[in-house]
Design a protein around this ligand. Structure first.
Ligand SMILES: Nc1ncnc2c1ncn2[C@@H]1O[C@H](COP(=O)(O)OP(=O)(O)OP(=O)(O)O)[C@@H](O)[C@H]1O
Ligand SMILES: [Mg+2]
Length: 310
């Protein structure tokens, strides 16, 4: 049994309008997605802005109501007990946000930021709490002295590491990491990702790793899910997606991975233009009228590779 099993999940946001502010329609942010995350596994969820990635994360955390579908965690349907006794679940699943700065209270010291989830769930003495926070800081490569500083006294990379320390404070089983390094320079990205990997090994964690950049997730994720227009267009293992991408949207995403090698810049730019053209020309072969994504089908001869085609 997988740690997390999401089946045919749909999340629609109401659109309000008119004189009385009634519901006049819906945004189908997530429109029928199925996937699972095993213990200790990292699944990458990749797609462009607005495709529905964060909404999936929020649904898993119980932060948005779902329209339909099931979310099983450790075999239990968590959508059934939203608002009720979910404290075990609240400990087991945590989220790291794109910009930790905007998701933490900047007026609090790092000690309080990291200790907050602990205080909500455990009764520790001051000394025990300080010891735990020191341990968490050292796991992400920071010093006990940092506990007494304020978030604005750190670099972006350090702040993201504080976010990681906070997320692991309750020893969760699953972390939804929503663009955890997107706001950082390339060199710092690698550093934060390495800490995330170390933490994963130490705690046996699973990650749902959200990104708009296939370059970032390449070394983090064995399994990848490519999302577009509220659904999955392609699912596969690393080699399926990077070596043998089938869907025109995945091919375009791969072509848009930022260049790290300056010598390849012009070659890659030409490739991007070419794939951009192909995308326009072949769009109707891959999407229904109105841009809806087809159901996934297994790629011939592969156990792991799925693509959404007619
Ligand atoms: N609270 C909300 N109310 C109404 N619509 C929303 C709300 N949150 C998101 N949406 C819409 O749902 C769709 C999916 O949004 P979501 O934030 O999940 O995308 P995303 O893939 O995370 O994008 P990004 O890469 O920009 O973070 C978008 O069309 C967005 O405008
Ligand atoms: Mg998002």
């Amino acid at each position: 049994m997988a740690l997390l099993e999401v089946t045919d999940l749909k999340v629609y946001y109401p659109i309000r309008g008119g004189v009385f502010g009634g519901v006049v329609g819906h945004v189908k942010a997530v429109d029928g997605v199925t996937f699972s995350v095993n213990e200790g596994q990292t699944v990458g969820l990749v797609g462009e802005s607005g495709s529905g990635k964060t909404t999936i994360g929020k649904a898993i955390l119980g932060l948005v109501p779902i329209k339909s579908g099931t979310i099983l965690f450790d075999g239990k349907d968590i959508t059934k007990y939203i608002g009720k006794n979910r404290s075990d679940y609240r400990k087991s699943v945590q989220m790291i946000f794109q910009d930790v700065h905007s998701s933490i209270n900047v007026k609090k010291r790092v000690l309080d930021v990291i200790a907050e989830p602990i205080r909500n769930f455990e009764k520790l003495s001051k000394a025990e709490e300080t010891k735990r926070v020191d341990e968490l800081l050292s796991i992400v490569g920071m010093s006990p002295l940092d506990a007494h500083k304020y978030p604005h006294e750190f670099s972006g990379g350090q702040r993201q590491r504080i976010g990681v320390a906070r997320a692991i404070a309750l020893k969760p089983k699953l972390i939804v990491a929503d663009e955890p390094v997107s706001a950082l320079d390339l060199s710092i990205q690698a550093q934060v990702l390495n800490y995330m990997k170390d933490v994963q090994e130490e705690l046996g964690l699973s990650y749902l790793f959200i990104s708009h950049d296939l370059g970032v997730v390449k070394h983090m994720c064995k399994t990848l899910v490519i999302m577009h227009n509220s659904r999955f267009v392609e699912v596969g293992e690393r080699h399926d997606i990077y070596k043998n991408p089938k869907h025109i949207y995945t091919r375009r995403l791969i072509a848009s991975i930022p260049d790290t090698d300056p010598d390849m810049k012009s070659v890659n730019e030409a490739k991007r233009v070419e794939i951009g053209k192909e995308y326009e020309e072949q769009y109707s072969n891959y999407y229904m009228d109105g841009g809806q994504v087809y159901p996934l089908k297994q790629v011939d001869g592969s156990e792991t590779h799925y693509i959404a085609v007619p």
